[in-house]
Design a protein around this ligand. Structure first.
Ligand code: 6PG
Length: 248
């Protein structure tokens, strides 16, 4: 495996400081966009309070929502109104509270026949949005990709041992078996699609992540360690998650 792309690491004192720092970081990036910005979001419990923060003042009023397009790096193959659906969570926390045009919100189509059909449809939608079938490193698909870190080292729905890890051509694939709860099929962007971004931001919190953070940063060959970005990779963590890795 090629050497890990070294992330820039920022540690906040606690969860609420992390939420504030992450919201400010994202809002600053998004406020700077001149034309349209494509943002790829993630699910899980860590980003939810950040989404809620972005839906409140001042960010609700300062982010140029009409120029923002939202995508998801992965989703659980369950109906949009199922509590486990990542886009549904984002809708309740953020989308319903900000003036983003409905046409700018691009969830994984979980109403398709199965996770593989949904992956094909989502890949087509991404290619239409991008305007080409091949990714050009000089023109990233996304301005910003948000990622999480699972306790088994997964990121997006790229689980240890999954065939999705070695996919180099497809932008999106169906995942039959999730490695962690909820054990429902998933749809995930692949490494090449996720890498096509100006910045990839990992959001990680809590003591429960301490060991896996140390393993990934220590060079273990885990899915999150294999993530690449055409631009920078940034890890924002709270002290509880970071302790073993920053000597604190
Ligand atoms: C999902 C996610 C997943 C998540 C990690 C971390 O759909 O489950 O996209 O990759 O980011 O599991 O989740 P937590 O923030 O809940 O620990």
């Amino acid at each position: 495996m090629a050497a890990q792309q070294k992330p820039r690491i920022e540690v906040s004192a606690d969860l609420s400081a992390l939420v504030e720092a992450a919201a400010e970081h994202m809002a600053t990036r998004l406020a700077a966009v001149a034309e349209r910005a494509a943002v790829c979001l993630t699910g899980g419990s860590t980003p939810e309070p950040v989404y809620r923060r972005l839906a409140a003042a001042p960010y609700r009023d300062t982010i140029p929502w009409e120029r923002i397009h939202l995508f998801w790096g992965d989703d659980r193959f369950v109906p949009a109104d199922d509590a486990r659906n990542n886009a549904g969570m984002t809708r309740r926390a953020l989308v319903d509270h900000v003036p983003i045009p409905p046409a700018n919100v691009h969830p994984v189509p979980t109403g398709e026949a199965d996770q593989h059909a949904a992956a094909r449809a989502y890949e087509d939608a991404l290619k239409r949005f991008y305007g080409a079938d091949r990714l050009d490193p000089a023109r990233p698909l996304f301005d910003f990709v948000l990622m999480g870190l699972g306790s088994d080292g997964h990121t997006a729905s790229l689980f240890p041992g999954s065939p999705a890890l070695s996919e180099r051509e497809r932008w999106v694939v169906g995942v039959d078996k999730a490695g962690l709860e909820p054990f429902v099929p998933r749809v995930t962007l692949t490494y090449p699609a996720l890498a096509s971004t100006r910045e990839m931001l990992f959001l990680i919190s809590g003591k429960g992540k301490r060991d896996i953070v140390a393993r990934v940063l220590g060079g273990a060959d885990l899915p999150a360690a294999r993530a690449r970005a055409d631009g920078a990779i940034v890890w924002m963590m709270d002290r509880a998650a970071a302790e073993a890795s920053d000597g604190g």
